[in-house]
Design a protein around this ligand. Structure first.
Ligand SMILES: [Fe+2]
Length: 225
C-alpha cells in the first residue's frame, strides 16, 4: 500500500485506520451477532459481466488510486469504500477475499477488450482485501463515471475457500441512470435493489471533496463452525 504525502489526495495509513475506526467499527458496535437475523436482506447476486480483468494489475492492494510506487494518483472523485461481509445471521465472515473492479475516470476497464477511450494508467482498476474477524473491508477508489450502456456501478467478487465465486454490483443512490439500467432493473425485489444502492456521501472534514460509501454484503450462507 502506498501511503506517502506526495500529492494532495494522499491519505496516510494512520488516517486510514482512523477512518476505518470512525466509519467502520462505529457501525459494528450495534451489530449484535445473530440479533438481526429476521431483518437482514440478502444481497442479490449480479452478473460478473465481461470486464473482470483479463490481466491483473502490477499492484492488487486496496488502494486503487496509486499503482505500486507511482507518485501520480489516478484522476477522479476520491471515494473511501468500506463495509462488511456478513453471513445470513448477520455474523461477520472472516477470510473472505473481496475483489472490486471498475472503470477509471474515462469509463475504461482494465481489460484488453475495453478500448473505447484511453485508459488512466495511474488507476489500478482492480483491488483486493482479505477480511479479518470483523468482516470489514476497505478500498480507496474513485466514484465510477458513466460509460456507454450502463449506470454507475462497482463490481464485486467474494471468494471463500471451498465456495463458488460470488459476484454482485454496487450502485449509487440518486443516480438518474439507475432506472434505465437493465442489469439494475433485473433485481425485482425493491428491498434487494435498495441493498445494493448506497450513498456516496461527501466527507465533511475533507478539504478535497472526498466521498465515503458503505456497502455491506449479506451472503445467504452460514459458514461451518
Ligand atoms: Fe461493469
Amino acid at each position: 500500500m502506498k501511503t506517502d504525502h506526495t500529492f494532495p489526495g494522499a491519505v496516510a495509513s494512520q488516517d486510514r485506520r482512523g477512518f476505518l475506526l470512525r466509519f467502520g467499527l462505529g457501525a459494528a458496535l450495534f451489530a449484535v451477532p445473530g440479533a438481526l437475523a429476521e431483518e437482514l436482506i440478502r444481497t442479490p447476486r449480479q452478473t460478473e459481466g465481461p470486464f473482470y480483468p483479463d490481466h491483473l494489475p502490477l499492484d492488487t492492494d486496496n488502494d486503487l488510486l496509486i499503482v505500486n510506487d507511482g507518485i501520480t494518483p489516478a484522476v477522479g472523485e476520491i471515494t473511501h469504500l468500506n463495509g462488511r461481509i456478513l453471513d445470513a445471521k448477520g455474523d461477520p465472515i472472516r477470510n473472505a477475499l473481496v475483489e472490486i473492479w471498475q472503470v477509471d475516470n474515462h469509463g475504461v476497464y482494465l481489460h484488453t477488450k475495453d478500448t473505447h477511450a484511453a485508459r488512466d494508467k495511474h488507476f489500478q482498476g482492480f483491488g483486493r482485501f482479505l477480511t479479518g474477524s470483523t468482516g470489514e473491508y476497505y478500498f480507496r477508489t474513485i466514484k465510477p463515471p458513466l460509460y456507454p450502456g450502463r449506470t454507475r456501478h462497482i463490481h464485486y467478487a467474494v471468494k471463500m475457500k471451498g465456495r463458488e465465486k460470488w459476484t454482485t454490483q454496487c450502485y449509487i443512490k440518486g443516480e438518474p441512470q439507475n432506472d434505465k439500467d437493465g442489469i439494475y432493473r433485473g433485481i425485482k425485489d425493491p428491498k434487494a435493489r435498495e441493498s445494493v444502492t448506497v450513498d456516496f456521501a461527501p466527507i465533511r472534514s475533507s478539504r478535497i471533496g472526498e466521498l465515503a460509501a458503505r456497502f455491506d454484503i449479506v451472503l445467504g450462507l452460514t459458514p461451518e463452525a
